[in-house]
Design a binder for this molecule. Structure first.
Ligand SMILES: Nc1ncnc2c1ncn2[C@@H]1O[C@H](COP(=O)(O)OP(=O)(O)OP(=O)(O)O)[C@@H](O)[C@H]1O
Ligand SMILES: [Mg+2]
Length: 254
């Protein structure tokens, strides 16, 4: 039986600014099961990053709640790993000490540092451990950022436009790479992306939000694509029509 991991339950969010109130999210509900890879797409400014910040415990919703394993998220928790849009590696730390930063903060024991070494080895970062972030390509930095998020062993990963800073070819390669790592490590993930084909290549399910205030507009179960590796999905006969359907739902042309 699949286990429910994350529940977004009637979440709404209104930002108060000196000039006006901005309603970012309106009554958003969905659920994610353990092991699922879900993408969230929606027009710019519809509240995607706000939703991720709420799920990461960094922002409190105006109403509703997000739960992990039935427990409401009210503050950042080690159960949730957040990979922000910008990789936020510290330029003065080398790659190895960037990767172990979370372990230092959380005062983790030696077994976590061993695991960090293993993951660096497994995912091709060992040789660059002593280098500084600015000596690495964008793709390697993203990989480093993901491994840093994974070494603290979170159950759930939140990825906000994780690949958007990369050029197209690199983005495809890195997103497939990161997808493989997430699958290998048996994690559950929610990915925010602007890129419909990226969402179709990587996920089991795509959630489409409306324009601001973001509400759930549609949920697409990718049953036809689910067990196909990301690159091969591009050639699936249903791929093109799925892009068209989601594109139509995004309301960018209305
Ligand atoms: N701290 C804040 N104070 C006031 N308004 C905010 C704040 N953060 C976001 N907003 C507003 O809330 C709305 C939703 O913002 P959010 O960043 O969540 O959108 P998004 O879907 O992630 O957009 P994008 O696709 O461009 O990244 C926007 O109108 C934004 O201007
Ligand atoms: Mg955003």
């Amino acid at each position: 039986m699949p286990k429910l991991l994350l529940e977004v339950d009637h979440v709404g969010h209104v930002y108060q600014t000196p000039e006006r109130e901005i309603e970012a999210l309106k009554d958003v509900s969905f659920q994610i099961e353990e092991g699922e890879f879900v993408s969230l797409v929606g027009p710019s400014g519809c509240g995607k990053s706000t939703l991720l910040a709420i799920a990461a415990g960094l922002e409190h919703p105006t109403y509703g709640e997000v739960r992990i394993d039935g427990k409401p998220i009210t503050a950042p928790t080690t159960e949730i790993g957040f990979m922000p849009q910008k990789d936020q590696l510290f330029s003065w730390r080398n790659i190895r000490s960037n990767i172990t930063l979370g372990l230092e903060i959380q005062r983790k024991g030696p077994e976590f540092y061993r695991k960090a070494e293993e993951m660096m080895e497994k995912y091709g970062l060992r040789d660059v451990g002593r280098m500084r972030p600015d000596q690495l390509s964008g793709g390697m930095r993203q990989r480093c950022s993901l491994i840093r998020t994974l070494v603290t062993d979170p159950r759930f990963l939140l990825l906000d436009e994780a690949f958007s800073a990369l050029d197209y070819q690199t983005r495809v390669a890195v997103s497939v790479d990161i997808h493989t790592i997430i699958r290998n490590e048996h994690k559950t993930a929610l990915l925010v992306t602007h890129d419909i084909s990226e969402s179709l290549m990587l996920s089991d399910r795509v959630i489409v939000l409306t324009r601001r205030p973001g509400k759930v507009k549609a949920i697409h179960e990718l049953s036809a694509l689910k067990n196909i590796p990301p690159m091969e999905r591009l050639e699936h006969e249903a791929f093109g029509s799925m892009i068209k359907d989601i594109w139509g739902e995004l309301e960018v042309h209305e």
